[in-house]
Design a protein around this ligand. Structure first.
Ligand SMILES: [Zn+2]
Length: 72
């Protein structure tokens, strides 16, 4: 009996580290800003503005900079 419980505990201990959620950064979307009309987009793979067709540039997330969405 005791040995079985010990074995189960070992299995759970092994799985522990792999369950760690270290993907926090990948969940946040990338921010892009249009150079032409200064529209800000939130997406994952944006290259051109949908309004004016100008190329957009990737900008750091607002949370990284320390101010909220109302900062603009
Ligand atoms: Zn634009």
């Amino acid at each position: 009996m005791g040995n079985v419980l010990e074995r189960i505990k070992t299995i759970f201990d092994d799985e522990g580290p792999t369950e760690r959620p270290d993907t926090e950064r990948t969940t946040s979307a990338t921010l892009y800003r249009c150079r032409g009309c200064e529209t800000t987009y939130v997406g994952t793979d944006k290259e051109a503005c949908s309004s004016c067709g100008e190329s957009v540039e990737e900008i750091p997330s607002e949370s990284d900079l320390g101010y909220g969405p109302a900062g603009v």
